[in-house]
Design a protein around this ligand. Structure first.
Ligand code: URA
Length: 444
């Protein structure tokens, strides 16, 4: 990138400078964010600037300035009264990702206060906050004071992302969504990091997903985003550890709301699917080493495993559920959550032995969306009860006629729509197929 722009006078100067590939300085960025917040920059100019960023990119320093200005566009939480170490975790989102439901109580049981703000889903299935609402009574819309008070008192809280934190991101994201400017690494980095920094935790564990079911469809792009976020964290003095993980196929076996809550609880009982369990231990052990609780990841993993084996982590989830008004009977009785009217297997086609060569996470999510598990637009209701539970994952051997997945559905129409979408999600091979690697890179 070339010369730094001079003092901005008008938004058009910023657009022209960025279109020509120039680098903005701190004053330029402050002008931009102030203009977005006071409404003096119209959407059409902001949209033009966003498109210029998509084409020309931003330097690391520029991205850090943008992140910092967006962080300070609203309330910045001060969690310092809670203690010296407060953790947060963020996933760039993917199909079947219920990691937060396991990670927060597990890490809180290990002694790290967890202050977690999460989003609702706008994709094919809901976000963490939607999933938690499958638990009867669970309140996600708690005030900031209640959120901080709860982390102080019981060492953890999970609440919906509030519009008061990094409001500039809300305005920018709404335009990115409709102007084809979502897929820009500096813009994604500033969007995620501004909200994480405003939320006040003093270290952040990031799970950057890559593959068909994720924002970043290739490993190369996911690693670039993870590096950028770790670097911006370093410049803004907030340590970030990022892990790049596979999202070609869904995480775990359950995709939906109630079925994902059940899978998260089973994981805390020690019966979790291999990949979800592994991801929670990997992210959790990085957090424990970072917090100085253990000296290395091996010791951290064994400590976390003991918390699962002893039932302590599950008990901690019960504490969280009760604190947020939920019914902790859910830990032993899943039928108190919304449950689909019917279940029916989706069968492996053909006959004879075969291996699951590829499982397309995006198509599995689309099958769930067809049954009402996702939203078309903000505020739409979601059907908590429907979903898909996978019996096989990529690399597993099976045979024609065996159950590939179980569809949880309410109407026959839903079943047939979901089953035809699932038919597009599964590809089989007659030859041995290796299991894909879950953790692709670790960056800090
Ligand atoms: N998640 C966010 O919060 N922002 C982005 O830009 C992309 C994913």
């Amino acid at each position: 990138m070339v010369a730094v722009t001079t003092k901005p006078v008008r938004m058009i100067d910023l657009i022209l400078a960025k279109r020509a590939g120039s680098e903005h300085n701190k004053a330029d960025i402050a002008f931009l964010i102030n203009g977005i917040m006071d409404g003096s920059i119209p959407d059409y100019q902001l949209a033009a600037w966003l498109m210029a960023v998509c084409w020309q990119g931003m330097s690391l320093q520029e991205t850090a300035e943008l992140t910092d200005a967006m962080r300070h566009s609203g309330q910045v939480l001060d969690l310092s009264g809670i203690g010296p170490v407060i953790g947060d975790k963020h996933s760039t989102g993917g199909v079947g990702d219920k990691t937060t439901l396991v990670f927060v109580p597990l890490l809180a049981a290990a002694g790290i206060p967890m202050a977690k703000l999460s989003g609702r889903g706008l994709g094919h299935t809901g976000g963490t906050i939607d999933k938690l609402e499958a638990i009867p009574g669970f309140q996600v819309d708690i005030s900031i004071d209640q959120f901080i008070g709860q982390v102080k008192e019981i060492g953890m809280a999970i609440a919906g992302q509030t519009a008061e934190l990094a409001p500039a991101d809300g305005k920018i994201y709404a335009l990115r969504d409709v102007t084809g400017t979502v897929e820009s690494i500096p813009l994604i980095c500033a969007s995620i990091m501004s909200k994480k920094l405003a939320a006040g935790a003093n270290f952040i564990i990031l799970d950057v997903k890559c593959g068909r079911g994720a924002f970043m469809d290739t490993e190369e792009k996911a690693v670039a985003l993870a590096r950028e976020m770790a670097e911006v964290g370093r410049i803004l003095k907030r340590p970030v550890t990022a892990v790049v993980t596979d999202m070609e196929q869904p995480l775990g076996r359950a995709v939906g709301h109630t079925v994902e809550v059940i899978e998260a609880i089973e994981t805390l009982k020690g019966n979790g699917p291999e990949d979800l369990n592994e991801l929670c231990l990997e992210l959790g052990s990085l957090a424990l080493v970072h917090a100085g609780i253990t000296k290395d990841q091996a010791e951290a993993r064994s400590r976390l495993q003991k918390l699962i084996d002893s039932g302590e982590a599950l008990k901690t989830l019960g504490v969280l559920i009760r604190a947020q008004g939920g019914d902790d009977k859910v830990l032993t009785d899943y039928s108190i959550m919304p449950t689909a009217k019917h279940t029916k297997p989706y069968l492996v086609p053909g006959s004879g032995k075969k291996w699951l060569e590829h499982l397309d996470g995006k198509r599995v999510a689309e099958a769930c969306k067809l049954m009402g598990a996702g939203r078309m637009k903000k505020g739409d209701p979601v059907n908590m009860a429907v979903g898909v539970v996978l019996n096989i994952k990529a690399g597993d051997s099976t045979e024609g006629g065996a159950t590939a997945a179980v569809i949880h559905y309410d109407t026959e129409e839903h079943y047939s729509e979901a089953a035809s979408k699932l038919a597009e999600a599964f590809s089989f091979s007659d030859k041995f197929v290796e299991k894909p690697k879950l953790i692709k890179a670790s960056i800090s």
